[in-house]
Ligand binder design. Structure first.
Ligand SMILES: [Zn+2]
Length: 455
């Protein structure tokens, strides 16, 4: 079994029972973390030795929500509100995607995630008009080498005459079963399946009931957007709760407008929440619910959402969530007392939990990923803390959360295999892939312009 020993690094394990170390070794055996302690004695046998001096080792990041199929349209939607996004992306550009567009976007988007330190990506793919599109997305994820949860969702075009509106279409059980029997059969595989359903905000009650039951029958996570305009089914959540269909395994994305009493019930039932702070603020969702969750004793997971709008690095997203919530908390105190709070409300370590351990919990995989714990899968990131923008390090967690950028991500390991070393992604033909992505993005924009539907 191949072994890798990272020697003399600063380690932030994100496992409370293990803690942090100023100087520590990390031993990887095969696909798993074998040991985390100062001065590991290798005994006999070979191992690759990595000098960790001046480096910080953290668990691989978990991006809880991203529509990776939009990678070829980077920045194209940066000035759109949510309403423009529905019209121009979902009813417009999404309809001219071919399977090869989905494939290259998903592949390059996932590679960029690895480059940015994400080792597990929740790819919330809701542009699956045909099984070919779906298979292309899954192939892109597998080729990238990232650990991923492929959340299968349905497209949202304007209905043609005689066709039902997307809100009236139940999630296609046969297609989900096809995936579970084929490319995503292994529930412990590198790429696993979840459902990106409409939920009561975007579907009829019948469809929501059907989709929640489908997820429960097949033991899959059901994730759904919540918010953005009025709900398709007002009071739908209460009916789903009464039917006993809401609990762990239900994931709400955004949730900005959820009333307090409903949020209380959801938290009690074990629902998980994914906040995409930057996009929520940009597109008009409202303020992220980070603080409302923390007040109820639970934590958010954090997602990028849209590279068609903003940057794909999760450190930025976590930092935005933290800063936004501190701003809200500070404003509340100033309003109540007329002065600045005596202490901060959210320590920086919290934000690192949101993008590591909480992501693992949301996926029901906390025994496998999310922390540097012996026995867990060896998904880790090495940050070069000797870099000009990080040195000197007084508080490694602060360095990671508040100051680390893509430029400092020196190495990334997924399941015991290096995916990035010495600041370089270990992937063949990256330039060709970039060119294919650029061609795809240009073609999509031209196609929609030709149809006169670009605006
Ligand atoms: Zn989304």
């Amino acid at each position: 079994m191949p072994r890798t020993l990272i020697r003399s690094a600063t380690v932030i394990s994100m496992d409370d029972a293990i803690g942090d170390f100023a100087t520590c070794d990390v031993l990887v055996e095969g696909s798993r973390i074998a040991d985390v302690r100062p001065s590991i004695d290798l005994g006999s046998g070979e191992a690759e030795i990595v000098d960790g001096t001046g480096r910080i080792v953290i668990p691989g990041l978990i991006n809880a929500h991203m529509h990776t199929w939009q990678t070829g349209l980077r920045g194209y939607a940066a000035n759109w509100t949510l309403l423009e996004y529905f019209r121009r992306m979902h009813a417009g550009l999404a309809t001219v995607f071919r399977p090869e567009d989905i494939h290259i976007a998903t592949l390059v988007g996932a590679l960029n995630q690895i480059n940015c330190g994400t080792t597990t990506l929740v790819d919330w793919c809701h542009n699956n008009p045909t099984p070919d599109h779906t298979d292309a997305a899954v192939r892109g994820l597998i080729e990238s080498g990232i650990r991923a949860a492929f959340f299968h969702g349905s497209p949202k075009p304007e209905p043609k005459p005689g066709e039902p509106h997307f809100s009236e279409i139940p999630h296609p059980r046969r297609e989900v079963e096809r995936l579970l029997a084929g490319p995503l059969a292994d529930r412990d595989g590198l790429v696993t399946l979840g459902l990106a359903i409409l939920g009561p905000h975007y579907s009829t009650l019948d469809v929501a009931m059907h989709d929640f039951r489908l997820a429960r029958d097949l033991k899959l996570i059901a994730s759904m957007h919540q918010g953005g305009g009025p709900a398709k089914t007002p009071g739908g959540w209460e009916k789903l709760i009464d039917a006993g269909l809401v609990g762990a395994g239900i994931n709400i994305v955004h949730g900005n407008d959820l009333p307090d009493d409903l949020l209380d019930r959801m938290v009690d039932l074990g629902v998980s929440f994914s906040v995409t702070p930057e996009n929520e603020m940009i597109q008009g969702h409202g303020f992220p619910i980070t603080g409302r969750l923390l007040k109820r004793g639970v934590r958010p997971t954090i997602g990028i959402d849209l590279e068609s709008v903003l940057a794909g690095d999760l450190f930025s997203a976590a930092r935005v969530a933290l800063s936004m919530q501190r701003a809200l908390d500070n404003a509340e105190t100033r309003k109540a007392s007329g002065t600045i709070p005596a202490t901060t409300t959210i320590p920086v370590r919290e934000a690192l939990r949101w993008i590591t351990t909480e992501g693992a919990r949301m996926l029901g995989r906390e025994s496998q990923i999310g922390s540097l714990t012996p026995g867990k899968l060896a998904d880790l990131v090495i940050i070069n803390a000797s870099d000009l923008n990080l040195f000197p390090v007084h508080d490694p967690v602060a360095t990671v959360v508040m100051q680390t950028s893509l430029a400092n991500i020196e190495a990334v390991m997924i399941g015991g295999t290096w995916k990035k070393r010495n600041g370089q992604l270990l992937v063949d033909g990256l330039e060709t892939k970039k060119q294919l992505l650029a061609q795809s993005g240009r073609r999509l924009v031209q196609a929609i312009e030709r149809q006169g539907r670009a605006a």
